[in-house]
Design a protein around this ligand. Structure first.
Ligand SMILES: NC(=O)c1ccc[n+]([C@@H]2O[C@H](COP(=O)([O-])OP(=O)(O)OC[C@H]3O[C@@H](n4cnc5c(N)ncnc54)[C@H](OP(=O)(O)O)[C@@H]3O)[C@@H](O)[C@H]2O)c1
Length: 328
């Protein structure tokens, strides 16, 4: 099969089409003929050598795919050859074929294109795990979303607003702000133009946000504590603004704050299978009604993965980028 190799690692230009043996489905796995693969920020981290795949995972880039089941491994009964699925994978997505644990596959929702389906798993598993489970986000609460125009952020905005949460989105441009409003954000703060802490307090009668999705950390973590309501929760999923934060702990005590963190890729097979079940129950009915579908900013042929990473790292995208894996 053809796949995207990143050689010794480096900038987007290291991404090249190469050939490797097609993997085989092991026990409990399926082999997927990939239609599209979603692009995620951890792919860039892996490309530059800062985010190695966990033990046992494919060394090929790519954490989410859509396509059709090409073969099933021993013990797999819930999927048949030919079924259209999307899947969370621990690696291997930038290719024509990849294996996936059967329990991490979900059916392509009716009315969802295969390109959109490839953009579902990574963001949905992350948002469900961090906001709805770890941070216990409830209807009627206020959620503040950093990076709201990106893959994870846009999913958080759409899903939370459909679940009766009041959503305040942070956006870096007018075009991104407009997209956040279309996805259901109740208010958008263009954080380059106004102070997001003051704006959050102004929008919540001084209460602050009940839950904050923080993918920046660094100096932003202290500011998020300032923007947090009493009994508030901060869900940390990344540290795009820096891994080191200096914070005053007093507001954590005074606000009875909870700071949670997690990273999806190394979570156990069982944990991800449980998340897949929760998504099927809680989110798939929305997707089947045409709600919460991802916005695809651009589709790139697999062979143009370098251009796709270039575009992704320019931060101009709104929503998700995907690779068309059958055009290699
Ligand atoms: N913990 C987990 O399990 C998990 C799972 C998936 C993803 N993640 C992480 O979550 C983060 C978001 O992922 P994503 O796929 O949504 O990425 P994305 O599509 O690139 O979106 C990130 C958005 O954040 C905003 N941003 C603000 N400051 C930034 C900075 N210093 N660098 C980059 N972006 C900045 C940008 O929007 P504006 O221009 O509007 O500010 C950007 O569009 C990534 O760091 C990713 O690795 C974590």
């Amino acid at each position: 099969m053809q796949y995207i190799d990143y050689g010794e690692g480096g900038g987007p230009e290291v991404l090249r089409l190469a050939t490797a043996p097609t993997p085989a489905a092991g026990p409990g796995e399926v082999l997927i003929r990939i239609a599209f693969a979603g692009i995620n920020r951890p792919d860039c981290g892996q490309r530059i050598g800062r985010y190695p795949p966990p033990p046992g995972a494919s060394p090929i880039l790519g954490l989410e795919v859509s396509g059709s089941i090409h073969a099933v491994g021993e013990g797999v009964e819930e999927w048949q050859v030919g079924d259209a699925v999307c899947a969370l994978v621990p690696g291997g997505g930038y290719a024509e074929y990849c294996t996936a644990p059967a329990a991490h596959c979900l059916p392509v929702p009716a009315g969802c294109t295969l390109a959109q389906a490839a953009a579902l798993p990574e963001a949905l598993f992350t948002v469900w795990d961090n906001l709805f489970e770890r941070a216990r986000l409830q209807p009627g609460e206020t959620l503040l979303v950093h990076g709201a125009s990106g893959g994870v952020g846009s999913t958080a905005v759409q899903l939370a607003s459909r679940k009766g949460v009041r959503v305040i989105a942070l956006a870096g441009s007018a075009a991104k702000a407009e997209a956040c409003r279309e996805w259901g954000a109740d208010a958008v703060i263009q954080y380059h133009d106004e102070d997001f802490v003051a704006a959050t307090h102004a929008l919540t009668e001084g209460r602050g946000a009940d839950v904050i999705l923080d993918m920046l950390a660094g100096p932003t973590l202290a500011r998020n504590l300032d923007a947090l309501a009493l009994d508030g929760r901060i869900a940390l999923i990344a540290f795009m603004a820096g891994a080191q934060s200096t914070i005053d702990v007093v507001p954590i005590l005074r606000k009875r704050a909870t700071i949670t963190g997690s990273t999806l890729r190394p979570c156990s097979l069982a944990h991800k299978a449980r998340l897949a079940e929760a998504l099927r129950r809680e989110v798939w009915p929305l997707l089947e009604r045409g709600e919460c579908l991802p916005r695809i900013d651009r589709v790139f042929p697999l062979a143009d993965a370098a251009a796709a990473h270039h575009h992704f790292e320019s931060l101009r995208h709104v929503g998700k980028l995907v690779l068309d894996c059958q055009t290699a």
